[in-house]
Design a protein around this ligand. Structure first.
Ligand code: DGJ
Length: 554
């Protein structure tokens, strides 16, 4: 066995706690502003995360994962998002076991995949089902969120310092272990802290300590943030504050009004400051990019019907003020209004990353929009290890319409991985744009492409399928076009000068022997005699893209 002093990166288990802390390499994965986009930098290079998230319990077993890894690699994803549960690494208090984590790293590396680890600590979808037994069963030491009639729920309370400190300690151990065993290899690229936090079924915790915090003044840190960022605040959040008189001190209800939204903002602050302590403890061991994910709101739901206190658009400022160690806040987008939700989270200082979303044809279209319109750093449909016998089916949760279709997203990932350098450069220089048609009711959309406007309209028989189109500008008048779905694209002018736009040429291209290669030049019926670019649903699985050259005349 190597002695500790000979190891550049000494495994903690091998060398014990007295080992001096090896520095993470300078190349630790990080976020960096490059031109017009914030990008994930891995080994010094921008990285486009073409990901997929596993079902919740798949990664609790190295044996279960064995046949899954090659299937994931065959879907052309480059990153797998998988949970590591608190109960897995600390089954007994203070006794850590990283054998499952190490097995997951090994499986990922053997299949050339990167990982994002989801820390299922105190909370998973508001509940605390992944906390260790010694935490769950000791309610006196680790108190729960309580309802207004004094009943405990199966949710650990974010107001408990005992919960927070135990969670933070375990998370810090995990991050230290990752630094020790992966600080040079960079298999793990980012970490999600907790999962879809918030409280239900009521809008806030009613435990004694929570009640006392609710009637205390809003913390000064939050008030200072609100005043300093007034013009940039989320409009709903700002309106709540201003309608209550834009006060700079007072209790939560004095500052934000006597509404259910105030309960939500109050819980958001306490979840955020809790998560801050956990994330900061982890980052002090190994500073990988960290984020939280949000369960979004259904129309007309009230706080408590949805996860009250979760990182939603209206509470994003509270989260940013309370959890500065987080690098960004992410939406889990299962709703059809993908473009709307993506834009709510792609805000200055908050790069878009979508850790959970629909797969299938819908996902194949949405990924184009996310990377092309919102400069997303990554995209990840949920349940990618699903072979059609999801445990969710057994309890009637899975909607068959949301089933992940390996073929569509896998094929789109293959095309995007082949275009990756152009896509990443395009995000940096502003050479990308994209459009999406969200269901049959949306017949058309338009987007700027260089000095032109691309008008995207549905074509073919109504199918209900989503259409996505990505444009990559490769010259003043030249674009690569990647489509998902049946659509017609026409081009018009956006700037002064000759107003009519003609199509000089359209070439279909396929990736062959390491390069994009032209096949047919489409001049006749295929492009409406030079009037439009026709995209086909089959382009995705056939790996076809188009090179379009435009010109102008009077
Ligand atoms: C959202 C959660 O974050 C996931 O862990 C998983 O439970 C999915 N919902 C199931 O659809």
């Amino acid at each position: 066995m190597l002695s500790c002093s000979l190891l550049t990166v000494a495994p903690a288990l091998m060398c014990g706690a007295q080992t001096s802390k090896p520095a993470a390499s300078d190349d630790t994965p990080r976020l960096e502003r490059r031109g017009q986009a914030t990008q994930l930098i891995v080994d010094g290079q921008p990285f486009l995360m073409l990901g997929g998230e596993l079902h919740n319990s798949s990664s609790s077993s190295v044996a279960y994962m064995k046949p899954v890894w090659p299937r994931l690699a065959a879907m052309h994803m480059n990153t797998v998002l998988l949970p590591v549960a608190w109960e897995t690494i600390e089954p007994e208090e203070g006794k850590f076991d990283f054998s499952v984590v190490d097995g997951l790293l090994e499986g990922a590396r053997a299949n050339n995949l990167k990982l994002v680890i989801l820390w299922f600590g105190a909370w998973k979808n508001t509940f605390s089902s992944y906390a260790p037994g010694w935490v769950k069963t000791n309610i006196a030491r680790f108190p729960r969120v309580q309802t207004s009639d004094g009943r405990d729920t199966e949710r650990l309370s974010p107001f408990s310092t005992a919960v927070r400190d135990a969670d933070a300690r375990a998370f810090a151990k995990l991050m230290r272990h990752l630094r020790d065993v992966d600080g040079e290899r960079h298999t793990v690229l980012m970490v999600q802290v907790e999962n879809e936090v918030g409280v239900i079924p009521q809008s806030r915790d009613h435990s004694e300590v929570a009640n006392a915090a609710f009637t205390a003044d809003v913390p000064q840190t939050l008030m200072t943030y609100v005043e300093k960022h007034r013009s940039l605040l989320n409009p709903e959040f700002r309106a709540a504050w201003e309608e209550a008189g834009a006060k700079t001190r007072g209790t939560w209800q004095e500052v934000f009004g006597k509404t259910p939204l105030t309960d939500d903002l109050f819980m958001a602050w306490h979840y955020a400051t809790y998560v801050e302590r956990v994330a900061a403890a982890g980052k002090s061991e190994y500073p990988l990019p960290m984020y939280v994910n949000a369960a979004l709101i259904r129309p007309n739901y009230e706080p408590g019907q949805y996860n009250s206190g979760g990182p939603l658009p209206h509470s994003m400022d509270v989260w940013r003020a309370g959890a500065p160690s987080l690098d960004f806040i992410s939406p889990d987008i299962y709703f059809n209004e993908f473009a709307y939700w993506a834009s709510e989270y792609a805000r200055p200082g908050n790069p878009l990353f979508i850790p959970e979303t629909q797969g299938g044809v819908t996902g194949a279209a949405n990924v184009l929009y996310a990377v092309g319109r919102e400069q997303a750093i990554g995209f990840s449909p949920f349940g990618v290890d699903d072979l059609g016998n999801s445990p969710l089916d057994l309890v009637g949760i899975t909607n068959p319409g949301e089933r992940f279709d390996n073929a569509a997203v896998g094929s789109m990932y293959l095309t995007l991985s082949r275009l990756e350098p152009l896509v990443l450069k395009g995000q940096e220089t502003g050479a990308l744009s994209a459009a999406v048609l969200e269901g049959d009711a949306q017949r058309a959309a338009r987007t700027f492409v260089g000095e032109y406007i691309a008008n995207v309209a549905r074509a073919g028989a109504p199918s209900g399928a989503r259409v996505g189109v990505l444009f990559i500008q490769t010259g003043a008048n030249e674009f690569l076009v990647v489509g998902s779905g049946d659509a017609m694209v026409t081009f018009t002018a956006d700037t002064p000068g000759p107003a009519i736009v003609g199509i000089e040429s359209i070439d279909e291209e396929f990736f062959e022997n390491g390069a994009w290669t032209s096949h047919r030049r489409l001049n006749g019926d295929e492009n409406s005699q030079g009037q439009a670019l026709r995209l086909h649903a089959s382009d995705v699985t056939e790996g076809r893209i188009y090179r379009v050259r435009l010109y102008r005349y009077k």
